[in-house]
Design a binder for this molecule. Structure first.
Ligand SMILES: Cc1cc2nc3c(=O)[nH]c(=O)nc-3n(C[C@H](O)[C@H](O)[C@H](O)COP(=O)(O)O)c2cc1C
Length: 197
């Protein structure tokens, strides 16, 4: 598949068949995520891959699947997907990296973080996984983790790591579209400013 086709085809799919994701494809998706850019090459990301059916149900529970997505007609797509990848990031990894010799300021302090790069980087890596899934013929959806402590507890994620979202991957089944899509995609001229704003 060409890059443009994968980008245009990708959308958050919220229903999956029972078909599994092969070990080889899953490994490829995860390996490609390692190619995401990261500030100072900090690579403060970590992933928990959940394939076990019971454990997926628990992940769905932490994500509030029943009272949230099932209630609003989307179904139990997080626990139904054959693979859930919990994408985590560690702010501490970035602080440690930016205290290294080539990054620390002359006065011995860390940079004044203009943006929390640890969130930027896990976003970039997540995007690669979403696109890689499409490229391999699967579909995927990213759901935000609203109970990070609950997710940490369920999956024994160290306190230092923040579970940002769950990337659920599988073969697409007929799904309900998000009402958010009614907003429509912004036209180029609304978001792009040439030479100055
Ligand atoms: C940071 C982020 C958080 C999101 N959180 C959720 C979520 O918790 N639940 C959900 O169903 N979709 C979630 N989405 C999906 C968006 O609703 C979706 O990307 C948007 O409506 C555009 O649709 P599309 O990705 O299918 O083009 C999230 C997307 C992003 C980038």
């Amino acid at each position: 598949m060409q890059f443009e086709e994968a980008v245009r085809k990708r959308r958050m799919v919220r229903n999956f068949t029972d078909e599994s994701v092969s070990d080889q494809d899953l490994k490829k998706i995860l390996e490609l995520a390692l190619h995401a850019p990261s500030a100072g090459f900090s690579q403060g990301w970590a992933y928990v891959v959940v394939r076990d059916e019971n454990q997926r149900k628990q992940v769905g529970k932490v994500q509030g699947e029943t009272e949230g997505y099932v209630q609003s007609g989307f179904g139990n797509f997080i626990s139904k997907a054959p693979v859930d990848i919990i994408a985590c990031t560690s702010e501490q990894v970035y602080h440690r990296r930016y205290q290294e010799k080539d990054k620390i300021k002359e006065d011995g302090t860390e940079i004044d973080w203009p943006t929390p790069y640890w969130f930027f980087d896990i976003g970039a890596a997540s995007m690669i996984m979403l696109l890689a899934a499409v490229d391999l013929g699967y579909s995927a959806v990213f759901t935000g983790v609203f109970d990070p402590q609950g997710m940490r507890k369920l999956l024994s994620i160290p306190e230092e790591y923040h579970p940002v979202g769950v990337i659920s991957i599988g073969r697409r089944a007929k799904d309900k579209k998000s009402p958010s899509l009614k907003r429509g995609r912004q036209p180029l001229e609304h978001v792009v400013h040439y030479e100055s704003w």
